[in-house]
Structures are given as structure tokens and as C-alpha cells.
Design a binder for this molecule. Structure first.
Ligand SMILES: Cc1ncc(COP(=O)(O)O)c(C=O)c1O
Length: 388
């Protein structure tokens, strides 16, 4: 039989890590000791008190049946408490909080609730690839907003043509930002709210890295800004905060109507998160937060080792205030893919080309701080031996 894929599959961009994975496997087969700074997946374990809660919850037969589509009340209550403590924002757990199978799942499903075929969404570039693909899956078109150094890697809303702004239904933003490591302040979020109100656009703020921040900096929630609850929702994740990427739990919070749209899509697609994982999530959010401070201290130390080494190598790199990504400019004359290939072939270091996150990411590579200090020092030693 001739299997014909749907256009939405045929139109998928090439998988960002495919060529890198191939080269990495080739080098490893040759016995090269590869240092992987390519993937944004914490190398640290989930804190033990969260694992213990999962164990007891998994043994309780009450947790073995289908979960509630919108999430356990206990989890949504814990989210509202955490939000109040962390951001001083009041949320109604019944209508303004939704449990997700990781924030990726919510982000991917959201356009299905609000984008009709032919509609436009405003999407940053470079960016986490899921925004653009999710819009395409819903039949929409993405208008790309370049994130440039001269704008502190914030989208320039004034540069969006009036006609496009009028057509747009959704606006994606993501701070602290993957891949640039940039952060946003209240003035930017206020501008976003005013823009969204003027053009009647739903704002989706992806705050997956809100807790991964350094030097005492505490990223704010989009919902702290007056009027944000009228126009938007925010995505959060337990993945990076508590080293739980494999557990698949996150949440969306914000405007009740937008949350209900996402919930309607979800109730027809998935059946929620295993209750035992949600109860472990309650433990994570309500429990001792020293593990979060420890996580921040570990990445901060790693960041400083890598930044110092890259600067010694002559690269003008800025230390990120948040996220475990270093957005490193390429040496003169080398494209993102050239530099990625050089690092891999001549130093055995896996990084991600900035252009893989969107054309405006050209001229950068992304390095993830997901290996320990000794390995980072080894990476620096190898980089210092390179010539360009
Ligand atoms: C910007 C951004 N948003 C969302 C996610 C998804 O995280 P999760 O689905 O694990 O919550 C990621 C994961 O890397 C990310 O980088």
C-alpha cells in the first residue's frame, strides 16, 4: 500500500537534532568521548521527597483509575497556593488552573481551541519549535517576530504590520527564554497586555523556566501585570524546576475562558495525568523548596565556568540571568551550523545551531548547562585548543 501522509506531517520542519544525533553517534562509534551540551534535559535527579510521595500514591488503588480531565482538585489547589506564594496572584483553582501532561502538551493543543484554518498567530523566532508547529497543525499561519540582540531578544510589537496585528488570534511569548536565555520585565508585559487588548489577541506566555534563575533574580509572572488575566494564560512546568522532565506534569493558569477552550480540546484527546504523579506534584509545589535553591546554585556555578571559559576563548558571550542555556555568538566568519560542526568534530562537544530555532538565530549556538562542573571544565579546555 502507498501510505500517504497528511500535509501537516509533510510540512513538518526537519527534526532539529537529527543531523547532530547522526554526527554524535558517528563520533561515539569511533570512541570519541562526547560532551553533550545539546539537549535541554536536566542531568540532576528528582528530589527524593517527591519520589517518596509518588511511591505511596502509586500503591493506593484510589489512584489507579482514570484521572479527572482537568486535573485533581488537590493538584489545582496546590498550584493556586504556589502561585499566590510565588507571584502574589490569586487564582480560582476550579476555573483558572488546568493540569497538563507537561507544558508541551498544553502548548501543542492550545491553537486547536482558538485557531481556524487560515488564521494568523504571532510567534517568536528563534523559539521553542512547538509554537509554530502547533499553529500549523491547527491550519493557521505563523507571523514570525524576530528576537534580536538589539531588542534584548524581546519581540518588537511595533514592527508588526497593522494588518497582521488585526488578523492575529494568538501571540506566543516565552520568558525566561529558550534558546536565548533572555528575560522580560513588567514594562514589556504591560506592552503585551495593551497590544493584546487593542487587537483582541489571546496571549500565551510560556514560563517553563520561571524558577531556573540566578544571582537572586526572580522572574515575574505575566499574570502579575494588570489586565493580563483578561487576555492571556501562562504555561508552567514541573520539569525544569524539580528535575521532572520524565514525569510529564505541568499546568496552565489564567483567563478562565481560554483555560476552558484548552480543557475542551484536551478532554477529547487525552485522559489526564496519573493521579499518583499529580500527588507527587502537590508534594513538589507545597513541600520544601530548598531543592529549587540547590538547583539554581548548581546551574549558576556551571554557567560561570562556561561563560568564563568562552570569554577566554575570545567569544563575547553574556551570562544568562535565567534558564540553563548559554546563547553563544559564533566566531567571525562561521555560521551557526559551521560552528556547531567544528565543536563536534574537533572538540567532541554537542551544541545546537541557533539557526535551527529559526532564521534570526543565525550567528549563535545554544549550549545547555546539563553536564557537571568537571565535564564543563573539560569542554572549556577543548574549546581553548580550537583555532578559528
Ligand atoms: C520553552 C519551553 N517550553 C516548554 C517546554 C516543555 O516542557 P515540558 O513539556 O517538559 O513541561 C520546553 C522544554 O524543553 C521548553 O524549552
Amino acid at each position: 500500500m502507498n501510505v500517504d501522509f497528511a500535509d501537516r506531517v509533510k510540512n513538518l520542519p526537519p527534526y532539529l537534532f537529527k543531523e547532530i544525533d547522526r554526527l554524535k553517534a558517528e563520533l561515539q562509534a569511533k570512541g570519541v568521548d562526547v560532551i553533550n551540551l545539546g539537549v535541554g534535559d536536566p542531568d540532576l535527579p528528582t528530589p527524593s521527597h517527591i519520589i517518596e510521595r509518588l511511591k505511596t500514591a502509586a500503591e493506593d488503588p484510589a489512584n489507579h483509575q482514570y484521572p479527572l480531565y482537568s486535573g485533581m482538585n488537590a493538584f489545582r489547589d496546590a498550584v493556586a497556593r504556589w502561585y499566590k506564594r510565588r507571584f502574589q496572584v490569586d487564582l480560582d483553582p476550579a476555573t483558572q488552573v488546568l493540569t497538563l501532561i507537561g507544558s508541551k502538551e498544553g502548548i501543542a493543543h492550545l491553537p486547536l481551541a482558538f485557531i481556524n484554518p487560515g488564521d494568523t498567530a504571532l510567534v517568536p523566532s528563534p523559539a521553542y519549535p512547538v509554537y509554530q508547529v502547533a499553529v500549523m497543525f491547527a491550519g493557521g499561519t505563523s507571523h514570525l517576530m524576530p528576537l534580536l540582540k538589539e531588542n534584548h531578544f524581546l519581540p518588537d510589537l511595533d514592527a508588526i504590520p497593522e494588518e497582521t496585528a488585526r488578523r492575529a488570534k494568538l501571540l506566543f511569548i516565552n520568558y525566561p527564554n529558550n534558546p536565548t536565555g533572555a528575560v522580560a520585565d513588567a514594562a514589556f508585559f504591560e506592552k503585551v497586555v495593551a497590544f493584546a487588548k487593542k487587537y483582541q489577541i489571546i496571549v500565551c506566555h510560556d514560563a517553563a523556566y520561571s524558577e531556573m534563575a540566578f544571582d537572586g533574580y526572580r522572574p515575574m509572572s505575566f499574570l502579575e501585570v494588570p489586565g493580563a488575566l483578561d487576555v492571556g494564560i501562562e504555561f508552567h512546568s514541573l520539569s525544569k524546576t524539580y528535575n521532572m522532565t520524565g514525569w510529564r506534569i505541568g499546568f496552565a493558569v489564567g483567563n478562565a475562558q481560554i483555560i476552558s477552550g484548552l480543557a475542551q480540546i484536551k478532554s477529547n484527546v487525552d485522559s489526564g495525568v496519573f493521579n499518583a504523579v499529580q500527588l507527587a506534584g502537590v508534594e513538589a509545589l507545597d513541600g520544601d523548596q530548598r531543592c529549587v535553591q540547590e538547583m539554581q546554585a548548581i546551574y549558576q556555578e556551571r554557567r560561570d565556568i562556561l561563560i568564563e571559559g568562552l570569554r577566554r576563548a575570545g567569544l563575547e558571550v553574556q551570562p544568562p540571568k535565567a534558564t540553563f542555556y548559554v546563547w553563544c555568538p559564533t566566531p567571525k566568519g562561521l555560521s551557526s551550523t559551521d560552528f556547531t560542526a567544528k565543536l563536534l568534530k574537533e572538540a567532541g562537544i554537542v551544541t545546537t545551531p541557533g539557526s535551527g530555532f529559526g532564521a534570526p538565530g543565525e550567528g549563535y549556538v545554544r549550549m545547555a548547562l546539563t553536564v557537571d562542573k568537571a565535564r564543563l571544565r573539560e569542554a572549556v579546555d577543548r574549546i581553548l585548543k580550537l583555532r578559528w
